[in-house]
Write a protein that binds this ligand. Structure first.
Ligand SMILES: [Fe+2]
Ligand SMILES: [Fe+2]
Length: 309
């Protein structure tokens, strides 16, 4: 993805050249019931400056909570791929997990690229995101990553993948009842489906190459602290650039109540499930049905759009 491509994508009207076609034949589980990890193209041209500043329910705080985690995705997902690939190299030749790792890496690469287009949208809307991204990337990937041993990095990734799977389930369950910009709805639905499909890959690689419960728990602790900390910082950075009075922002924050991710909805539930010694990401089969139903609505087919990923 080059800069000129990004530049065009934020200016191009939503309707230009995109044909929508229904794809109903794509299953998300194989005959054995395991998720199929199938990377899909997402049409970047959907992500334009037509996206309103308050794209989520016309709310400032809710929108910036979503924008905040968006800022964490690209560098975070590239870290996940590095962590998994590093230790997947220790798996025996012919292990079926090698194919899963390939699908996982391809999906995360697509996600990172798509969420970087949202960076361009945010900048076109007038937000300074470079300062936050500079600090986040330097601290997380220039300082913390090099000093953490590979097993811990993979354990952190496996825990983050569980948090993203919980977020994906929440989103797919409630996405139709929450008003939001349709392009962002499509982006998050696509990302959610693929997070559900590959939710067990990092965990399974970790279990095969290490498998120590205490390392898995250390990964959970580091993942929870870093994800929550950077997410709060990213959201606060964006909110600080708003003209809205503090009282109005506080009112919105109170209205969110349990809908904000730092409650039981993401972190509480995610930690409670993950600490179980017999936890496995594929135990929760309900999410496969949610993902399958959503795949049937993926409708992007654009022969003329050269910027699909
Ligand atoms: Fe992702
Ligand atoms: Fe993921």
């Amino acid at each position: 993805m080059n800069d000129s491509c990004l530049d065009q994508s934020v200016r191009r009207p939503v309707s230009s050249g995109l044909r929508l076609a229904r794809i109903i034949s794509e299953a998300t589980t194989n005959p054995g019931g395991q998720p199929v990890i199938s990377p899909r193209a997402f049409p970047k041209a959907l992500l334009t400056t037509a996206i309103p500043k308050r794209w989520l329910a016309d709310r400032v705080v809710a929108t910036h909570l979503a924008n905040g985690v968006n800022l964490l995705f690209p560098a975070g997902e590239r870290f996940f791929v590095r962590s998994v690939r590093k230790l997947a190299a220790k798996l025996p030749k012919g292990d079926p997990l090698h194919e899963d790792v390939k699908g996982f890496a391809a999906q995360e690469g697509h996600h990172a690229g798509a969420h970087e287009v949202v960076f361009e949208v945010l900048q076109a809307q007038g937000y300074d995101i470079k300062t936050f991204l500079g600090v986040y990337e330097k601290l997380a990937f220039g300082v913390i990553e090099p000093i953490a041993p590979p097993s811990l990095r993979l354990a952190v990734t496996a825990a983050c993948e569980h948090f993203t799977a919980v977020m994906a389930e929440n989103f797919l369950t409630r996405m139709q009842s929450i008003p939001m910009d349709e392009s962002m709805r499509a982006l998050l639905a696509w990302h959610s489906v693929e997070e559900i499909e590959h939710r067990a890959v990092a965990f399974d690689v970790f279990q095969k190459v290490d498998g120590r419960y205490e390392v898995r728990m250390a990964g959970l602790a580091v993942a929870a602290v870093l994800l929550a900390g950077f997410w709060v910082a990213a959201t606060a950075t964006l909110l600080a650039q708003e003209d809205a009075p503090l009282r109005a922002l506080q009112k919105e924050r109170h209205e969110l109540k349990e809908d904000q991710p730092f409650s039981d909805r993401v972190f509480g539930r995610g930690i409670r499930e993950y600490v179980r010694r017999d936890f496995h990401p594929l135990t929760n089969k309900r999410v496969d049905d949610l993902a399958s139903a959503q795949v049937a609505t993926f409708a992007w087919h654009s022969a003329n759009d050269s910027r699909q990923m």
